[in-house]
Ligand binder design. Sequence first.
Ligand code: AQP
Length: 339
Amino acid sequence: MITRMSGTPRVLSGIQPTAGSFQLGNYLGAVRNWVSLQEGNDAFYMVVDLHAITVEQDPAELRTNIALAYAQIIAAGVDPSVSTLFVQSHVPEHTQLGWVMQCQTGFGEASRMTQFKDKSARGGSDHASVGLFTYPILQVADILVYQADGVPVGEDQRQHVELTRDLAQRFNTRYGQTFTVPKPLIVKETAKIFDLQDPSSKMSKSLPNGAVFLLDDPQVITKRIKSAVTDSESEVRFDPAAKPGVSNLLTILATFTDRDVETVAASYHGLGYGALKADTAEAVVAFAAPYAARVRELTGDPAELHRLMATGAAKARAVAAPTLATVYDRLGFVAVGGE
Ligand code: AQP
């Protein structure tokens, strides 16, 4: 195995620049956890632009969204002088190891990834790209190239971390100990934030009608939350199976106000859904308004943003390149110059 200089555990995660703003689920399910994991871990976080092109992107919009995503990660609390924060396409070792890992993956194994089934169904499977089919394997490479111990993600990504574990173990068995086998780091309470219009599906950037975008105006955020689908009763109770819409709002409110859902639910005894919605909207706006202001400040200085991206990419490559060199050697590739 490639040994590390320090015994500090390493965590790695990424987010797609598939919209101009993160949605609430991205923050509560993943990025919030990235912030707290900076302490006590060697943290690597990235904007996964290579994953974004698995579905069609407008080039000008994509360029803007990459900068916005990078700025949002900082605005959420990731400190680029503490964590390694970079853009995936700036580190070519991801795609290089991605090809190697594709060659370790069975077709049937890749076909079992439910995200492909969900996302290809949205646009019609005839239009789904091969990249959308194989992107979980690029994600495997994203994680393994850094020898990450932990991967902080939402529940929807658990299957891909399991695939990463399987492929790391397979490679280690075939070619000798090479990769750290990572674990998913999922915060149970906020692992899946649901769509406000259809609380049976997860909130998603690409399903904008039921999403709360953190960079939207406070009035828009408030309107979205106030029009969330609930149920025909009036009792505020945390019961995800029977009351998915209300339970989703309780999860959001409890997380933003650092309380547990049962305490929050009890505080609405005798009050209707209107009060719960108003307070949830207020709590989200209290976070989102300063977050949006910080994003505006960061994107207002593109030279500084690009300097941070370049520093992050150099730090990331310093870790990724030796892993790839070891992998090529284990596979039997001949190094340039025969070394
Ligand atoms: N609804 C959610 N609840 C909890 N966690 C979520 N995540 C996404 N949606 C929820 C987590 O956010 C991180 C970054 O996700 P991503 O942008 O890389 O891809 P995604 O999971 O496909 O997110 P979206 O918003 O649904 O994007 P689109 O619509 O572009 O596909 C991940 O850790 C994810 O688990």
